[in-house]
Design a protein around this ligand. Sequence first.
Ligand code: URP
Ligand code: ZN
Ligand code: ZN
Ligand code: ZN
Length: 467
Amino acid sequence: MSTSTVIRGGLVITASDETHADILMEDGRIAALAASHTPAAEALTAERTVDATGKYVIPGGVDAHTHMEMPFGGTFAADTFETGTRAAAWGGTTTIVDFAVQSVGHGLREGLDAWHAKAEGNCAIDYAFHMIVSDVNEDTLKEMDLLVEEGVTSFKQFMAYPGVFYSDDGQILRAMQRAADNGGLIMMHAENGIAIDVLVEQALARGETDPRFHGEVRKALLEAEATHRAIRLAQVAGAPLYVVHVSATEAVAELARARDDGLPVFGETCPQYLFLSTDNLAEPDFEGAKYVCSTPLRPKEHQAALWRGLRTNDLQVVSTDHCPFCFSGQKELGRGDFSKIPNGLPGVENRMDLLHQAVLDGHISRRRWIEIACATPARMFGLYPKKGTIAPGADADVVIYDPAAEQVISADTHHMNVDYSAYEGKRVTGRVETVFSRGVPVVTDRKYTGHAGHGAYTPRSTCQYLT
Ligand code: URP
Ligand code: ZN
Ligand code: ZN
Ligand code: ZN
């Protein structure tokens, strides 16, 4: 569809600037920007004009950590690529980077093909893939090179989940060495899974079966230890490192120290660690299961270190780790044994709003909001400036955001395919009004106008912080 649109009068916010500007979108791209109420702006004309006076105009969000239809714990994450990307659009996110999974004993290519098959023709917004490497061997190391060449430039490894996704230190080192060679970025789930499994067994033997014990056995120190080990392994390999879902003060300290030493080490946190805590995990009547994810939610005191890390750039990205499981029938698999609760929280729809609320709460600036949610994830994963900013030539992924609208987050009104909200009843100020994906309106004045299949697969270049 080659329609053109001008968005007039909004406050255009990018990671670097805030200006009142009119934006011309043509053929799926940003064609021009001009300061509002100037002759240059009046010269911008299009088939359609949208008035954004009093609103923010921001780049579509880039959520670099989602798990649509992810198999986990004998079940599958409840959002498909269709429902999950639609919910993302509702929340102002226009690109996801999801994790294709290699199963042990199978190849990377096979896993990637399977994820392409799930996503193709089903997405409302653009998508790309990281690859979960669960089985490091000569063949998979070679396949890593091929994947980097075709635009899958980041690889997640797990120091947790022995017997499932787990890699030992030797396998991690080998993959890191390969990444150092081929330009890939290793993403690490940094928790000492071997030690955690011992603590899980001991807790269950004591009859400690409730969801809150998930938080107690997955200790902050075991996140910090694994983070430290991952950093040192990456240093030995001469590879960059991106640590996913950082939740503990002690882990942030490890990242900060490494960065002070000049190492190419990056960190991501997620809204659940910024807004929720072990108080949620301790909710009675098994309700705590709704908040079981790994790394786990931490005591509230850890939140200050995460916010500080986001301000000081020791943490660079906020992604959701969207991996929803319904309370009914899925989270319930772990009644009587917290270790059987499928790990993961819904959130792809809530990230932009929660981080806008963080602006109002004084944790971050408006531009930092766009930086951690749009620009940096795009740069980190080789999508910039196509994604993550508003500039001539960029994809016309643009959100008109009403900073004054009030909303109450609830499963009754959200669009994720999951029967609860992790933020049920939370009041936030700010709401997505209209969303363009490559110039096509996918949400229009809070009505869904997109469709499955609009979203295109988007191959990526390598991490743009390294060159
Ligand atoms: O609990 C989580 N985070 N589930 C998704 C898988 C992962 O480790 O990111
Ligand atoms: Zn196979
Ligand atoms: Zn993980
Ligand atoms: Zn994840």
